[in-house]
Structures are given as structure tokens and as C-alpha cells.
Design a protein around this ligand. Structure first.
Ligand code: GDG
Length: 494
């Protein structure tokens, strides 16, 4: 974060997220802690270090496991240069707050998949309890000057709990997932409480204007006379007894890290190997966490439709779909994996010829260089979530596409769509034929058009990287002058 007089801030930064950015491994009697990676950590680590900051979260192990990580955590603190503080959860809490309320209610509901919600009353009870537990941990360490930045849908109640505990520090929330439209949000049995609890944040940050508009619609429904003042990236909300900012901050990636990795020798070697493995073929790439919101099933059907209707694609394209294991203990996710595998083998069974297998399916996490090599080599990226807060894969693909000749096919329901809409091929992921047409359009697109599209996409990500995102969030939270915020394109005051 750049410091200047107008925006300088003296306190510490305290980041709070459901998971600490670490992985705890137990090797016989040895406890090992591995550092996490990813854009958020990369962007925040220097800020946290600078400010003597803290990261508070659940380390991913339960109380019942009786693993003492204090020593390993102290060592990790030395290593990362800021404090990691653990909130210990019981198995029951993990089941009800994390798997239950967060992932069986908020996750599907906020992605407009209301029929997947399981409104179990116990989930809400434990969600509140665990949010209180997080608040107590924060309260035990926070000073008034500190800035507490809470991440995501697992911890929506935290601000209210903190205020109840007498904490007076600045509190901000960033929601990484979408905020649903009013008529979907209304289905939530605890809709009023959740919304009211959110108003205890000083700043609530969303990924896109779409999410903020939805949030404001919900406010208007439940808080008569709510006023929204100002326009632009940050607006001010006022109810009878609360005042809060509502901002739009599209998250991004560390562009230069991806671009540098894509130019490295290791990646060049792997990219060369990919070219050898798929000679004379265009690679179509999909990379997703195993999740029903990512539209993997619909995408496979669209690919099948494309090779069915456009025979000239056969033998000329290879669809590489990487699926990273996630929440695999949840029956719904396991079933999704089975469905992906069934459909993949059905399509391969139907179209494979002696020299050509249409779909290459990978079910594991690739190492960073392999991923970047794929991004660099793939002629077409298929990023077609049914709904997504942002979708970092779309941005990583552009940053790594150093030859600037790739085509991005992007769902209009990804948070990245407003930024990329003029240069990506936007599709409705439910429209199998439409996505198939886009695949064909990308396949036949001449090099001039591909370059003319990819260059500006890369420029957008380069200029709006994750450091810019962190910076603008801090400005949104801490600046006093709302008029100084840039006007966001397309924002329609309501
Ligand atoms: C949530 C929101 C929002 C994927 N495969 C591999 C791998 N990855 C990494 C990617 C990317 C990340 O996982 C996935 O990020 P997404 O943004 O696509 O999706 P979610 O995990 O659902 O994230 C989303 C995000 O939060 C940030 O706010 O954009 O909308 O749902 O960084 O690179 N990494 C490695 N190997 C893989 O095989 N190493």
C-alpha cells in the first residue's frame, strides 16, 4: 500500500478469513506448517509485514484432533514476518458452520442456486456461535487504531459481534462471491438478521456493480428510508441508526508474477513439451475447482456439441480440463466428480479415433509452472461458470498468454465479465449451442483479431492488478473524502 498524507494509516492491519493461509501437515510426531500462496496472500503479505500485522483464521484442524500447532505456528510467524493466529474449531462447528451454513446455504444461495440450499436451523445457530468465536479472538488482540479486514461469506456476522464486544476499530468486509438478487435472497430464513449484521461494517466491498446493486435492492426492501449517497466506486449508505460505505473492488492477480513465470525457462520447456504432445492441434483449456457453480458439465456438453456440429474441429482441437479437488467429502461434490467423469468418458468413447482423444481430463492440482505452461500454450480458454464472484483463472490466462494470440471465452455471469466484455467472447454458459458456436468462432478466428482482443485484455489485468485492488480497498475504507473516488463506468445510481 502506498502511503501518502491523505490516506496514511497508523494502526496495524488485521486480516481475518475462515482459513489461515497455511496448510498443517502431521508427519508421524512432527507438525509441519506450509505457507499458502495465491494473489491475496502475495498482495497482503508485504502490507502485513510492514504494519506488524496479523492474520487470524482457522488452521484447518479440529480440536478433537488434539494437534498442538503453537510451536510450529510461532516458527511460521518468524518465517512469514507477520503473526498468524489460530481460531480452533470443534468438529461439530466445522460441520455446521463451515460445511453447513457456509457451504450448504450461503454458497449455493449467493450463486443463485437456491434449490441446492439446505436451510437447517442448527446451521444458523452454529454459524452465529463460530462468528462470535472469531470475534472474541479478534477482540483479544485488536487495538482501536487497527484496521480489521474480514474476508468472505463465512464471517458476515463478525462486525456486529465485535461491536457488541465493545470493539471500536474500523471494520471492513470483502465478499469474494456474488451477492444474489432480491427475490433469491428473500428465500433465506435469516435474511433480515444477516443483512442487519452486515451494516455493522464500516465498509462492505463487493466484486462488481451487479453485486452492489443487488445488495442495495435488499437493503431497500428491509430498511425503509435507507439512503444511498454519492456515486462511483464507493457510496455511502444510511439507515435510521447506521452509516456505512458500500464499495466495488474487482479482485485481481499478481500480473507480473504470472507474466514472469510465463517467460521463464521452466515454463518454456513445459510449453514446448505440450506443443510436441499436441502437434497440429489447438488446445482448449478449462481450469476449475471442483464445484457445481463452475459449469463444468454444461461446458463438456458444449464441447461435445461443437465437435458434433463442426466436424472440422475433430482431430484439430484437444480439450484439456483441469479439475482441482475441493470439498470432496461432501456428497454433492463427489457426485459432481462422478458426473464429470461419466460424461468425459462418454464423449471420448464416442469421438476418439486412433490418433485423437478429444478430452484430456486431469483431476488434481497442477504445480504452478505446469498451470502457467498450459495457460501460455492454450489457444482458447473456456471460462464458463454459471455464476462467479470474479474468476481469477480468466485473469491468469490473459497474464500468462505472452504470445498474445489466445482467445478467452467467458461467461457473462463471471464477475470478470464487465471488465472483459469488449474483448473476450462472452457467452451464456447455459446455452450449449451458443458456447459451441463461440468455440468454433475462436477456432476459426484469424491471428489479427486474436491479437486485437488479447492485447487489451492483458493491459486491463496489468493495470488493475491485485496490488491496485488492495490499494483501492484501503482507500475505500480509510479515506475521508468520498468525492475523491473515481467514477465507475456503467454505474447507474438508483
Ligand atoms: C473465490 C470465488 C473469486 C486452479 N487450478 C490450479 C490452481 N488453481 C488456482 C487458480 C486460481 C484459483 O485456483 C481459483 O480461483 P477462482 O477465482 O477461479 O475461483 P474460487 O476458488 O472459486 O475463488 C471467485 C475468488 O474467490 C477471489 O476473490 O474470483 O469468484 O469463487 O488462482 O490459479 N492452482 C494451482 N494448480 C492448479 O491446478 N497451483
Amino acid at each position: 500500500m502506498k502511503d501518502n498524507n491523505e490516506n496514511s494509516y497508523e494502526g496495524r492491519i488485521i486480516i481475518v478469513s475462515n482459513r489461515l493461509p497455511i496448510v498443517v501437515r502431521k508427519e508421524s510426531d512432527n507438525i509441519e506448517i506450509e505457507r499458502g500462496s495465491g494473489g491475496l496472500i502475495t498482495a497482503l503479505a508485504p502490507v502485513l509485514k510492514d504494519r506488524g500485522g496479523k492474520w487470524i483464521g482457522w488452521p484447518g484442524i479440529t480440536e478433537e484432533e488434539r494437534i498442538d500447532i503453537s510451536q510450529a505456528l510461532a516458527e511460521a510467524n518468524e518465517d512469514v514476518g507477520y503473526d498468524l493466529e489460530a481460531v480452533v474449531l470443534t468438529q461439530e462447528e466445522v460441520n455446521n458452520y463451515y460445511y453447513g451454513f457456509s457451504n450448504e446455504i450461503l454458497w449455493p444461495l449467493f450463486h443463485d442456486l437456491q434449490s441446492r440450499c439446505n436451510y437447517e436451523p442448527r446451521y444458523w445457530e452454529l454459524y452465529r456461535k463460530v462468528n462470535r468465536k472469531f470475534a472474541e479472538k479478534i477482540e483479544s488482540t485488536v487495538k482501536t487504531d487497527d484496521f480489521v479486514w474480514i474476508q468472505d461469506y463465512h464471517l458476515l456476522n463478525c462486525a456486529r459481534e465485535l461491536r457488541t464486544l465493545g470493539v471500536r476499530s474500523k471494520l471492513a468486509m470483502f465478499l469474494h462471491i456474488p451477492f444474489p438478487p432480491l427475490d433469491i435472497f428473500l428465500k433465506l430464513p435469516w435474511r433480515y438478521q444477516l443483512l442487519e449484521n452486515l451494516l455493522y461494517y464500516d465498509l462492505i466491498g463487493f466484486q462488481t456493480i451487479r453485486d452492489r446493486v443487488n445488495f442495495i435492492d435488499c437493503l431497500r426492501r428491509f430498511f425503509r428510508g435507507v439512503q444511498i449517497e454519492g456515486r462511483g466506486q464507493v457510496v455511502l449508505g444510511k439507515t435510521a441508526d447506521r452509516e456505512f460505505r458500500i464499495g466495488v473492488f474487482p479482485i485481481s492477480i499478481d500480473y507480473s508474477e504470472f507474466e514472469k513465470a510465463a517467460r521463464s525457462q521452466q515454463v518454456a520447456d513445459r510449453a514446448w513439451y505440450l506443443h510436441e504432445k499436441y502437434p497440429e492441434r489447438k488446445i482448449i483449456l478449462g481450469v476449475d475447482r471442483l464445484d457445481y457453480t463452475k459449469g463444468i458439465i454444461q461446458r463438456l456438453k458444449a464441447f461435445e456439441n461443437a465437435i458434433e456440429r463442426f466436424p472440422e474441429l475433430r482431430g484439430k482441437v484437444s480439450f484439456v480440463q483441469v479439475v482441482v479437488p475441493s470439498r470432496i467429502n461432501v456428497p454433492e461434490y463427489f457426485e459432481l466428480k462422478q458426473e464429470i467423469e461419466r460424461l468425459t468418458s462418454e464423449i471420448n468413447g464416442r469421438f476418439t479415433t486412433s490418433g485423437w482423444v478429444p478430452i484430456h481430463y486431469v483431476f488434481r492440482s497442477l504445480d504452478r509452472d505446469d498451470l502457467v505452461a498450459l495457460y501460455r500454450t492454450a489457444e482458447i480458454a473456456l471460462v464458463t461458470p454459471l455464476k462467479d464472484g470474479m474468476n481469477l483463472v480468466a485473469k491468469e490466462y490473459c497474464a500468462s498468454n505472452i504470445e498474445e494470440d489466445g482467445v478467452l471465452i467467458l461467461s457473462e455471469f463471471a464477475g470478470a465479465a464487465p471488465e472483459f466484455k469488449d474483448h473476450a467472447l462472452l457467452v451464456n454458459p447455459h446455452d450449449i449451442v451458443g458456447v459451441a458456436d463461440a468455440i468454433y468462432q475462436a477456432f476459426t478466428m484469424d491471428i489479427e483479431e486474436r491479437r486485437a482482443r488479447m492485447k487489451p485484455l492483458r493491459e486491463i489485468v496489468r493495470e488493475n492488478d491485485v496490488f491496485y485492488w488492495v490499494d483501492s480497498f484501503f482507500k475505500g475504507a480509510l479515506s475521508r473524502d468520498l468525492k475523491s473516488f473515481p467514477v465507475v463506468k456503467d454505474y447507474v445510481p438508483r
